[in-house]
Design a protein around this ligand. Structure first.
Ligand SMILES: [Zn+2]
Ligand SMILES: [Zn+2]
Length: 318
């Protein structure tokens, strides 16, 4: 059920409703706006159902578009909310008491070489998003390898860290269906960044979890955005290739002189035709933290040097 995301660069979030014996399983929820709510309600009415028929909600990760409305639906349906235990830990700092996360983001921006006056703007770029969320803790926390059954389907929880540290995909081995959340999208490469809530070397972990998914036999992939697709392995290879190219571009941008992530991010290409200066603040922050994810991966693999100096981290060619 595609739900449009107005005020976002992504056009839709896909939420999935899967029939069970004692109610439906809802995968992801859309963010909490009256329009999203009405859209979801209309889909339910079309199949002769209502919110009270939803018995389980599984959240792939707690980004606003995937998780925002889950609490509102729970209130109406009494459905249980399930998510990976790492994502549960993000709800309070991201959406309830945000002070500490803002401080951590600020420190990371400064360490990345962002000038003091500009760091304020980038730090605060996502403030307001919490208005699209009904912060609700899960009833069930999930771990890798656990199963979720609804009707004739039994989904295996696949922990796929990278885009978010506790991101999960759901895999149905009999039907060979993968619900991929934001881990694998058919057209865009998901944002993989170092941020205060990321695990160590998030891009390295992401690429590893892509390869784990590549081992599965999958006939149909149901992504969090864009259309369902069939060619999963070639898409995984494309994404992997994209990150390898990005590494090359970043190495070139570093050149002979050590540079900060902020300096490097301004030298590389973003989007189809946007130069750095045309990006909105939120995207500039994502760009810096994505660059940082590449730098951290290359440093972890000993391809480049990481050189802290006066509270700022520089990276240099070996
Ligand atoms: Zn996401
Ligand atoms: Zn998303």
């Amino acid at each position: 059920m595609p739900i449009s995301l107005e005020q976002s660069t992504l056009s839709h979030i896909n939420v999935y409703l899967i029939e069970g014996e004692k109610g439906y399983l809802l995968v992801d929820s859309g963010w909490n706006t009256d329009k999203s709510f009405a859209t979801l309600h209309n889909y339910l009415v079309k199949i002769g159902a209502g919110f009270e028929d939803i018995s389980q909600i599984v959240v792939t990760h707690v980004h606003p578009d995937h998780y925002g409305m889950a609490g509102r639906i729970k209130k109406l349906s009494g459905a249980t909310i399930a998510m990976h235990h790492i994502e549960k830990g993000f709800i309070e700092p991201r959406y309830i008491s945000m002070e500490e996360l803002l401080h951590q983001t600020d420190r990371l921006l400064i360490a990345s070489g962002v000038p003091r006056d500009f760091a304020d703007k980038l730090r605060d770029a996502t403030l307001g998003l919490e208005n699209y969320i009904v912060p609700t803790l899960p009833d069930i926390t999930l771990r890798d390898g656990e199963t979720i059954t609804t009707g004739k389907f039994t989904f295996r929880v696949m922990w796929t860290p990278g885009h978010s540290s506790g991101h999960i995909c759901l895999y149905e081995p009999e039907a060979k269906i993968l619900l991929s959340g934001d881990h694998i999208l058919p057209k865009i490469t998901p944002n993989i960044s170092v941020n205060p809530q990321s695990i160590e070397n998030p891009l390295g972990r992401y690429l590893k979890s892509l390869q784990e998914i590549r081992q599965l036999e999958v006939k149909l992939t149901l992504p969090g955005h864009d259309r369902p697709f069939t060619r999963l392995a070639p898409r995984i290879d494309e994404i992997t290739q994209h990150h390898a190219q990005r590494n090359m571009e970043i190495l070139e941008a570093i050149g002979q002189q050590t540079k900060t992530p902020y300096q490097i991010a301004q030298k590389i290409t973003w989007g189809d035709n946007n130069g750095w200066g045309d990006l909105p603040a939120f995207h500039q922050r994502m760009a810096i933290f994505e660059t940082l994810a590449h730098l951290e991966m290359m440093a972890a693999e000993n391809h480049i040097d990481k050189l802290p100096r006066d509270g700022i981290i520089y990276y240099g060619q070996r």
